[in-house]
Ligand binder design. Structure first.
Ligand SMILES: C[S@@+](CC[C@H](N)C(=O)[O-])C[C@H]1O[C@@H](n2cnc3c(N)ncnc32)[C@H](O)[C@@H]1O
Length: 318
C-alpha cells in the first residue's frame, strides 16, 4: 500500500486503520514565527506563524493522538523539532507516550555569521513509543578517532580488535539454564556465575576460529574479539553528528525545510523491517517516502499543501 494524499492530517489520519503503522516520522511546522519559501522569488513553501502556543498545540496534538491510535503496539513515532522550539513538543510527547528518548541531530557545523548569540546547530528528534520494547534494529555510525584508538587496543594475526562481552553481569543474569555451563580451556575452568550470552556450541565454534580472547589475569572472563576491519562502525548513540543537512550535501533542495534522505533512512532502518508501513502526516518534499521506497517499505504521505503533494508524486514516480 503506497498512498500520497492532499489534505489536513487532523482529518486524513482518521481514515487510517488502528494499529497498522510501524513507524511515523512527524516533522510539523516548528512554531518558529517565520515563513519558509524555497527562494525569495519562489513562494513554494509554508507559513510557520501561529497566533499563540494554543493554536500551535491545536495543530499538532490532534495529529499525535491519531498517530498513537494507528501505530502498531511496538511502533515508534519520531517528532522532529528544533532545539529552540522543543519545549511544547516534549511536553506533548510525554503526555501521549509512555516511552521517550531524545536524539540530538547536529544538522550543521558551527555558524560563523552569528555575532549576537550562540549559533543554533541542533535539532531534536523525540523517539516515542507506548511499548517497553519497541521495534529496534541496531544502526551504526562511522568509528570516530577516539573510539577507534581506545576500543581496538588488542592485536593478533588478523588485526586489531575490541572486546565484546560474552558473559552476563549480575543485573542481567540469565534464567536460561542452558546458558549456565562451564568451559575448560588450557587447564582453566570458566564458569561465570550469571551465565553466558551464547550457547556452548557457538562458543566452541568461536574458540576453534580463534575469535575468543582469553584473559591473562586469573579469575577474569573471556571476551569475543571484535575486529576493527570487520566492524560496521560503532553502534549509534543518541548524538547524530554524521548526517549533514541538505545545504551541506549533494541533494537538491526542492522543499524549503527538506530533510536529508540519509536521516530518514537511519530512522526507518532502526525502527522497521522490509514491508512495514511508514507514515508521514506532514510530508513536505516527500523525503520519508523516498527513504521508505529505498528500503523496501510501504509509505503513506499526507500534506495540506498542493505543491508538496505534487512534489511527493513527482519524486516517488521518478
Ligand atoms: C517542516 S515541513 C516537512 C518537511 C519534510 N519533512 C521534508 O523532508 O520535506 C512541514 C510540513 O507540514 C505541512 N502541514 C502543515 N499543516 C498541516 C496539516 N494540518 N496537515 C498536513 N500537513 C500540514 C506543511 O505543508 C509542510 O509541508
Amino acid at each position: 500500500m503506497n498512498l500520497i494524499k492532499l489534505g489536513d492530517s487532523r482529518e486524513l489520519l482518521k481514515e487510517v486503520e488502528d494499529n497498522i503503522v510501524q513507524t511515523i516520522y512527524f516533522d510539523p511546522p516548528f512554531n518558529s514565527d517565520r515563513n519558509y519559501y524555497l527562494t525569495p522569488d519562489n513562494k513554494i513553501g509554508f507559513k510557520d506563524k501561529f497566533e499563540d502556543d494554543e493554536s500551535y498545540i491545536g495543530l499538532v496534538e490532534p495529529m499525535l493522538v491519531e498517530c498513537k491510535r494507528i501505530l502498531k503496539p511496538d511502533g515508534n513515532l519520531f517528532f522532529h523539532i528544533s532545539a529552540k522550539d522543543s519545549l511544547i513538543p516534549m511536553m506533548l510527547c510525554e503526555k501521549h507516550f509512555s516511552n521517550t528518548q531524545l536524539i540530538f541531530w547536529k544538522r550543521s557545523r558551527s555558524k560563523n555569521n552569528v555575532k549576537s548569540k550562540l549559533g543554533a546547530c541542533m535539532d531534536i528528534i523525540i523517539k516515542c513509543s507506548n511499548s517497553k520494547k519497541p521495534k529496534f534494529n541496531p544502526v551504526y555510525q562511522k568509528l570516530d578517532d577516539y573510539y577507534s584508538k581506545n576500543s581496538y587496543k588488542n592485536k593478533d594475526d588478523r588485526g586489531n580488535y575490541a572486546l565484546g562481552h560474552i558473559v552476563y553481569t549480575k543485573t542481567q543474569k540469565t534464567k536460561n539454564k542452558e546458558r549456565l555451563y562451564s568451559l575448560d580451556h588450557n587447564g582453566i575452568t570458566y564458569e561465570p556465575e550469571n551465565g553466558w550470552r551464547m550457547s556452548k556450541q557457538d562458543l566452541e565454534d568461536l574458540i576453534k576460529e580463534d575469535r575468543i580472547h582469553f584473559p591473562t589475569k586469573e579469575g577474569a572472563n573471556p571476551y569475543k574479539k571484535i575486529y576493527k576491519h570487520e566492524s560496521k562502525g560503532k553502534p549509534a548513540t543518541d548524538l547524530w553528528d554524521d548526517v549533514h543537512s541538505i545545504s551541506m550535501g549533494a541533494e537538491k533542495r526542492e522543499w524549503p525545510t527538506q530533510k536529508p534522505v540519509k536521516l530518514l533512512e537511519r530512522i526507518i532502518e532502526m525502527s522497521s523491517d522490509e514491508g512495514d508501513i511508514i507514515l508521514d502526516p506532514v510530508a513536505g518534499g516527500g523525503t520519508t517516502g523516498l527513504a521508505a521506497k529505498n528500503l523496501n517499505r510501504q509509505y503513506i504521505l499526507f500534506d495540506i499543501n498542493p505543491d508538496a503533494i505534487e512534489l511527493c508524486n513527482k519524486k516517488l514516480r521518478r
